[in-house]
Design a protein around this ligand. Structure first.
Ligand code: PLP
Length: 393
């Protein structure tokens, strides 16, 4: 099997699993108890908090563990909106956010908030002038993702943070695709809230964190016990939190090497596809791009069909986005960068890890070439296109 869907989820690293195991079998105590079994778990949770805080230049009391990226995004948006609604009810985000942000914004609109969805350019970059122009006296929150999960484009987060700070507006970033891949410092970037998720950096699923800058008065999203300093109820997911810490430590340790390797593989894959498969388009920014992200549209065919045929060769990839597969709607991200519906439908995302090899990518391209041609030979759109071209000659 060749796994090229690391933006959807990653393999839990063996060292992460190993770190987690004792917290199921031996140190299984509830961190809220007095006896030593529980206090061991509590120590582990607080150690994880310190490690993760250090990883983004935050203070340990600014890190809150959650059940993943979606919860962190929901918490940041819903509770910041509620906390600052006396100041205003206007929120700015982008058209290319993950559904955890977009659907939360739609919910907030139903609750009486007004949301501006910034467009992006053909590469998926937010326009800073458009952002400045969207700011109003009643704007309370800006939420822009760090890096896009579909097309890999990395947004100008430092510049956006500076603009938000200058206007006294809270700034949240969904860094689920960036944390563990790109160095992040919340002070340098002027970020007030940041979401991350374990399973996107070779950690476990169902655990993540929200960074909340100290001084922000966000209430709990999950009500119940007094865990996480009264701000996130529920018995701590101790194995998950310890796993998230181990994944973070690992990610920081290998970041430089991983980035170099993935960037080389990514560029090799892009180059071969552009050279050998006609009528394709690279989606996303060519250089301001996650090291492992490759996203192409192949004209005249359906990405879903490509996926099925790749699967028969043992290759896992994605079309549109993991969240939209299963539905017939084209990806909102690809539409936002200006693709026509049929171009968006013909998209294929391949997201690499440091474990992929050039040989694997050669196998992928060799098969992809055949698959694209086979599907085009069955495509009425392609037939029309060829006929038109011939009649022109
Ligand atoms: C995966 C992802 C999420 C959701 O994270 P979960 O931990 O799966 O809930 C949110 N935002 C982005 C950009 C993602 O890639």
């Amino acid at each position: 099997m060749i796994y090229l869907d690391n933006a959807a989820t990653t393999k839990t690293a063996p060292e992460v699993v190993e770190t987690m195991l004792p917290y199921f079998t031996e140190n299984y105590g509830n961190p809220s108890t007095i006896y030593s079994l529980g206090s061991g778990a509590k120590k582990a949770v607080n150690q994880a908090r310190r490690t993760i805080a250090a990883a983004i230049g935050a203070k340990q009391e600014e890190i809150y563990f959650t059940a993943g990226g979606s919860e962190s995004d929901n918490w940041a948006l819903k509770c910041a909106a509620e906390a600052y609604e006396t100041k205003g009810k206007h929120i700015i985000t982008t058209k290319i956010e993950h559904h955890a942000i977009l659907h939360t914004c739609e919910y907030l609109e139903k609750k009486g908030f007004e949301v501006t969805y910034l467009g992006v350019d053909k590469d998926g970059l937010v326009d800073l002038e458009e952002l400045k122009a969207a700011i109003r006296p009643d704007t309370i929150l800006i939420s822009v993702m760090f890096a896009n999960n579909e097309i890999g484009t990395i947004e100008p987060i430092a510049e956006i943070g500076a603009i938000a700070r200058e206007h006294g507006i809270l700034f949240h970033t969904d860094a689920v695709q960036a944390f563990g891949q790109i160095p992040i410092n919340v002070d340098e970037l002027n970020v007030d809230m940041l979401s991350a998720s374990g399973h996107k950096l070779n950690g476990p699923k169902g655990v993540g964190f929200l960074y909340i800058r100290s001084g922000l008065k966000l209430r709990s999203l999950i009500h119940g016990g007094a865990q996480e300093r009264n701000r996130r109820a529920g018995t701590e997911n101790v194995p998950g939190i310890v796993g998230l810490e181990a994944a973070t430590t690992r990610a920081l340790r290998i970041m430089e090497e991983k980035t170099a390797k993935e960037t080389e593989l990514r560029n090799y894959l892009i180059e071969r596809i552009e050279k050998e498969i006609p009528y394709c388009r690279l989606n996303g920014h060519r250089t301001k791009r996650l090291p492992g992200n490759v996203n192409f549209s192949f004209l005249f065919i359906e990405g879903e069909s490509v996926l099925i045929m790749l699967d028969m060769k043992g290759i896992c990839a994605s079309s549109g986005s993991a969240c939209t597969s299963g539905s017939l709607d084209p990806s909102h991200v690809l539409l936002a960068i200006g693709l026509k519906h049929e171009e968006a439908h013909g998209s294929l995302r391949m997201t690499l890890s440091e474990e992929n090899t050039k040989e694997e990518l050669d196998f992928v391209v060799d098969n992809l070439k055949e698959i694209v041609q086979k599907l085009r030979n069955m495509s009425p759109l392609y037939e029309d296109f060829i006929k038109k071209n011939q009649s022109r000659k």
